[in-house]
Design a protein around this ligand. Structure first.
Ligand SMILES: Nc1nc2c(ncn2[C@@H]2O[C@H](COP(=O)(O)OP(=O)(O)OP(=O)(O)O)[C@@H](O)[C@H]2O)c(=O)[nH]1
Length: 245
């Protein structure tokens, strides 16, 4: 990690040659196209090659301003000397990467055998942060698919990659699960889709109300899972540790 930090350019300009910060340039493109850029939107189509490195430099500078305003002596405190850069890297290249990079490439296979039986994958680890406090949101989710003969079969690992991409943004759980369901529907076109998500929100445990054990559980049911209570019951009963119903 330290080698990596040292190899990044802490002195590169965080502005374009015309003087506008790179975030302004990207924001203008988004506004020009009438494109929403909420915390949980992906904006990769509006970022040109090389601009993410500039954005990292800009976020570093601004994060240094936050540390200065918190009156932390980053010049003399050996522990926080590189913290601005570390935090910027963490946001841009790790925990909020799902805003800035293109979706994972999904290998799709035709449903040659015309499979139409329930398939469940999970638990898949959820790592995110809430849009309100940027505190971690950690949990797990399960995906149930009822394919039809026209559905695309995607590799099992690709569900986890899609989850990582969608959750790698500041999110609220209610919107995150819908974004995830939409993209799985779009990629696989099944007869039915079910997603159940269970997360701990650190904004409720580390700070605020300080409730340690409370979790948020939510679900999305589409197509056959909405219409057929037996299918829904079968899915819920097959999720380990959850009751059928
Ligand atoms: N509905 C929903 N709420 C969330 C989620 N993640 C965090 N929250 C809540 O968002 C709320 C933000 O509340 P505010 O009242 O604006 O912030 P605050 O004054 O810091 O509130 P407290 O957390 O109660 O101290 C809190 O109640 C959080 O628990 C989520 O995924 N969904």
């Amino acid at each position: 990690m330290f080698t990596d930090l040292a190899s990044t350019s802490a002195t590169a300009p965080a502005a374009t040659p015309e003087g506008a910060p790179i975030s302004t340039v990207i924001r203008r493109r988004l506004q020009g196209a009438g494109q929403r850029f909420h915390a949980n939107d992906n904006i990769a189509d509006f970022i040109e090659p090389g601009e993410l490195a500039q954005l990292l430099d800009e976020v570093t500078e601004k994060m240094q301003g936050v540390l200065d305003s918190l009156i932390i002596d980053t010049e003399n405190d050996h522990n926080t000397r590189d913290t601005a850069r570390r935090v910027a890297k963490m946001y841009v290249k790790e925990v909020f990467k799902g805003r800035y990079v293109q979706p994972p490439v999904l290998t799709e296979f035709p449903n040659a055998e015309h499979l139409n039986e329930l398939m469940i994958v999970g638990p898949i680890t959820v790592r995110s942060a809430c849009s309100h406090h940027l505190c971690p949101v950690i949990g797990k989710l399960w995906v149930g698919i009822l394919p039809n003969k026209h559905s695309n079969v995607i590799g099992l690992s690709k569900y986890a990659r899609l989850v990582d991409w969608v959750m790698g943004r500041p999110q609220i759980q209610e919107e995150a699960i819908v974004q995830l369901a939409d993209i799985i529907m779009e990629k696989t076109r099944p007869d039915g889709l079910a997603v159940v998500m269970e997360c701990s929100h650190f904004c409720m445990s580390w700070r605020g109300v300080r409730e340690m054990d409370s979790k948020m559980l939510n679900s999305v049911m589409r197509g056959a899972f909405l219409k057929d209570p037996n299918l829904r019951r079968e899915f819920l009963s097959l999720i380990p540790g959850r009751q059928g119903g």
